[in-house]
Design a protein around this ligand. Structure first.
Ligand code: FAQ
Length: 338
């Protein structure tokens, strides 16, 4: 929703009130005035986050039918369902900014909004289920715990619940890997091979280095992001190295070592050209992921139509007007499309 034009003097006052809210560290709420650029940045980030949760169901979902026991199937099914729930909280948070989930889905399918690079890598091994839980959910936690304090109220509140569930996901992944590491030599080799493939793409989840991150400075000044990409990447490495040691796997980075002076682990440089290619759409599974999402969306059309028909029928039975589903002309701009 673009803000309704206001008199310049009044706009100055509104901007001052918004700036004061941010400076105090208070929350901006849906009915508060906010600059268009702040709203667009939020829609861009929250939509990308929501799409990531939904597309992120695919790599692990592929293993539900092949998980080795009823217990492992039940755990994986519940985990993948949680990701769907996260997508829904996030689309709902975005709707408070004046864009609908249907519009955001169209933009994703048209390739005009992004989702996390990590979900464009394949999952050929069952160990990948554990590695995604440990590394990918682990990276998501590092990135998302600070977002519980983001300046936009509905996003921060959604993040609190999401983070609780992601912590559980991370532990289930670690427990799965620990079980495999206590198994046969072949199982240990599967874990190591999976960690070798997922380590660098997990570091790339935090985005480009700060010097090449066009959005960070602005987003941090607005309190949308609380930490820079490099700070969070470092936090993830520091948290993960001791866990890798306890697990008994080697992280595939010859430059990884403790730096006493900095009080942090030093680590090698991810392949930023690879990240750029995956973001551009040239990753190993980009086409497959979007195609699968598109097919699921088309297959689900009858469910959406039935739900809308039911809602309309219930509204007429109550004597309330059916919801207005007309789409305003400026929808693309509001939805922060590329
Ligand atoms: N992949 O200027 P910056 C999960 C884009 S949820 C794709 O640094 P920003 C749960 C970026 O959008 C994972 N694109 O951007 C789960 C921007 O392009 P734009 C998702 C990326 O926004 C687990 C451009 O590059 N989490 O895993 C990536 O300040 C297991 C320049 O970058 C979130 O979305 C990337 N890795 O910082 C589910 C968290 N990195 O939009 C299933 C919230 C950068 O200008 C299974 N998001 N880009 O066209 C954020 O914290 C931020 O948006 C960043 C990027 C840190 C991702």
């Amino acid at each position: 929703m673009t803000t309704t034009p206001v008199e310049p003097e009044r706009e100055e006052g509104l901007q001052a009130a918004f700036d004061a809210t941010i400076a105090r560290g208070d929350r901006v709420e849906p009915r508060d005035w906010m600059p268009d650029a702040y709203r667009r940045t939020l829609v861009r980030q929250i939509a990308q986050h929501a799409h990531s949760e939904i597309i992120g169901m695919q790599p692990e979902g592929a293993w539900i039918g092949r998980a080795p026991s009823l217990r492992r199937k039940a755990i994986l099914l519940a985990k993948v369902q949680d990701e769907a729930g996260h997508g829904l909280y996030l689309y709902s948070a975005c709707e408070t900014l004046g864009v609908s989930r249907a519009e955001l889905t169209e933009l994703l399918l048209a390739g005009r909004q992004k989702y996390s690079s990590i979900f464009n890598y394949p999952t050929p091994s069952y160990a990948d289920v554990g590695t995604i839980g440990w590394l990918v959910d682990g990276a998501a936690i590092c990135n998302q715990v600070p977002l519980c304090r983001t300046s936009y109220g509905p996003y921060g509140r959604a993040m609190i619940r999401v983070c609780k569930e992601e912590s559980f996901h991370q532990r289930q992944g670690y427990e799965l890997l620990m079980t495999m590491m206590r198994g046969t030599g072949e199982q240990r080799a599967m874990v190591q091979e999976s960690v070798d493939r997922f380590w660098w793409p997990s570091l790339m989840m935090f985005g480009p280095p700060d010097a090449d991150s066009p959005n960070s400075a602005r987003s941090m000044a607005w309190g949308i992001k609380r930490n820079s990409n490099d700070e969070l990447r470092q936090r993830f490495v520091d948290m993960t190295v001791p866990q890798a040691e306890a697990l008994g796997v080697t992280l595939p980075d010859p430059d990884l070592r403790w730096n006493e002076e900095r009080g942090h682990y030093d680590f090698g440089e991810p392949d930023w050209d690879e990240l750029a290619a995956v973001i551009r759409g040239d990753g190993p599974c980009n086409a497959q992921r979007l195609e699968h999402r598109r097919a699921a969306h088309e297959d689900g059309a009858w469910v959406r139509e039935a739900a809308l028909a039911f809602a309309d029928r219930s509204a007429s039975a109550d004597g309330t007007a059916p919801a207005d589903r007309s789409v305003p002309a400026d929808r693309s701009a509001r939805a922060g499309a590329r």
